[in-house]
Structure formats: C-alpha cells, structure tokens
Design a protein around this ligand. Structure first.
Ligand SMILES: C[S@@+](CC[C@H](N)C(=O)[O-])C[C@H]1O[C@@H](n2cnc3c(N)ncnc32)[C@H](O)[C@@H]1O
Length: 246
C-alpha cells in the first residue's frame, strides 16, 4: 500500500519508487470525472517511475456510495464490505501466486482513507494469503501547511483534525488549531468570523488554489473560488485550517 501524495508526482518518495519497481500489478478503483483524473495521475506516476519492469495496471469501477446518507455508519460499513469484496476478487483474478500488487493511496494511508481497513477485512476473511506493507505519503494536511508556510500547531499545543460533518454543529470548544477535511459543502456562517482560515484546494497539483485571512473577510471569496473551480474541473478537494486567536 503506497501513499502517493496529493497530486504532485514529485510527492512520491524514493521508498515508494523502490516499491513500485517491484510490482507485477497496480490496482486502481475509479468512477466519475474526479476518479478518472485521480486514476490518470496514478497511471502517470507508474509510467514515470517504473523502469524496465513489465507490470499491469488493473482498473475497476468503485462501488456506488450514498454521499449523504441518513445512516452514515451503516452506509460506510456496507461500502467498505463492497470494496473489500471487489479488491479480493481483483487480487485473486489478477495477481499471480507470490506476485506483488500495489494499491496507490491518495495522500497518506493513515488519514481518512479506508484502504487499510479494507485490506484488514480481506486478511480477516482468510481466503487470500497476503503480506501487507505500508509506505507513507505526503498528506493534504502537510501540503496545506507547506503552501501557507505555517506550522499546524502552536508551540507545544495540540492540533485537532476532523471532518466537515463533525464541525457542522460548531467547533470543538477547547481546540485552537482545527484542520477540516472531507467538507463537501463548507458553511462558515455559524463560525466565529474572527477565526483565521488557511484554505487550499487541489493542493500539490498544478491547479492548486490557496487563500488565507480573517474568516469573516474571506469566506465569501472561498465560496466563489470553490464554485468556479468545481464547475471547471467537475470535482474539488479542499482542506482548511481554522485557528483561534491568530
Ligand atoms: C478521503 S480523504 C483522503 C485524505 C488523504 N489520505 C490525505 O492524506 O490527504 C479526501 C480529503 O482529503 C483532502 N484532500 C485530499 N487531497 C487534497 C488536495 N490535493 N487538496 C486539498 N485537499 C485534499 C480533502 O479534504 C478531501 O476531502
């Protein structure tokens, strides 16, 4: 399982390149325009870094998932089960015995990514003997901090990393540095306008957009940039840090 960073082929580490040069099959799940672009980047990474080795790139359709379900936990559970069954079938069909397969994970596998849990499920089912190794990648959170030239934490203080869904009702009261990911519909009107926001979309890629400032001053502009960029690309991925008292 190889973390590939968030859109810049130069995020790929030397450790990842070494691992890529041992693979027989690269697996990629795709669906829709967003996934098509992200699968294309995975292909480009393989073409750029795998040298003198024949490998196959196996692409399959990701199972459908309700993005706004009433029962979030149950829906995600069913989606993970469907993805595990699909990966298991692909590995069984495509990977020779003793073969090496790679799953290229966006950013880093440890952060809001289901691939580790899915591979754990496949191992737990016990039908395929797997030996799994994880190679870390640059996450969107690190890319955000680098692009804004900021440290995520204040000196000796904690960082809270969460999702748009979790802050819909307000920010955690004790946190002063809050990173928000997976926010499909950012709403800032219920938040303190004196917060500072450090926002970034398509971080690491040639299309990167960043903006920072007092939330009350820049929220409208972030909304406009999001709408315009989403219309142009057909999808958007953005992450932001909210900070109290900057
Ligand atoms: C399913 S999570 C995957 C996170 C990934 N494992 C990582 O390490 O960044 C997807 C979320 O990550 C963030 N994200 C991923 N890539 C991004 C990028 N290039 N620019 C901004 N945010 C990104 C967004 O918040 C998006 O909703």
């Amino acid at each position: 399982m190889i973390g590939i960073g968030t859109g810049n082929p130069e995020h790929v580490t030397i450790q990842a390149i070494r691992a890529l040069n041992t693979v027989d099959v690269v697996f990629a799940l795709g669906k829709g325009q967003e996934k098509a672009d992200l699968v294309a980047l995975r292909r480009a990474i393989c073409e750029r870094y795998i040298e003198g080795r024949s490998y196959r790139f196996v692409e399959a359709q990701d199972p459908e998932r309700d993005r706004d379900p009433a029962d979030y936990g149950g829906t995600v559970e069913a989606w993970h089960a469907a993805r595990a069954a699909l990966y298991e079938a692909l590995i069984a069909a495509e990977l020779p015995e003793e073969g090496v397969g790679a799953i290229l994970v966006w950013g880093d596998p440890s952060l809001y990514d289901s691939t580790l849990r899915i591979v754990d499920r496949i191992e737990a089912r016990g039908r395929l003997p797997l030996a799994v190794r994880v190679i870390p990648g640059i996450s969107s959170v690190q890319a955000l901090a680098a692009s804004h030239r900021i440290a995520l934490n204040r000196i000796g203080a904690p960082i809270h990393i969460t999702t748009g869904r979790q802050i819909a009702g307000g920010l955690p009261p004790d946190a002063d540095s809050i990173v928000v990911m997976l926010d499909g519909h950012p709403r800032f009107d219920h938040l303190d306008p004196d917060l500072t926001i450090y926002w970034g979309a398509y971080l690491g890629s040639a299309d990167e957009i960043v903006l920072s400032g007092r939330l009350g001053d820049v929220a409208g502009e972030i909304g406009r940039l999001r709408t315009e960029a989403r219309a142009r690309h057909g999808w958007i991925m953005d992450t932001y840090l909210l900070r109290r008292g900057d």
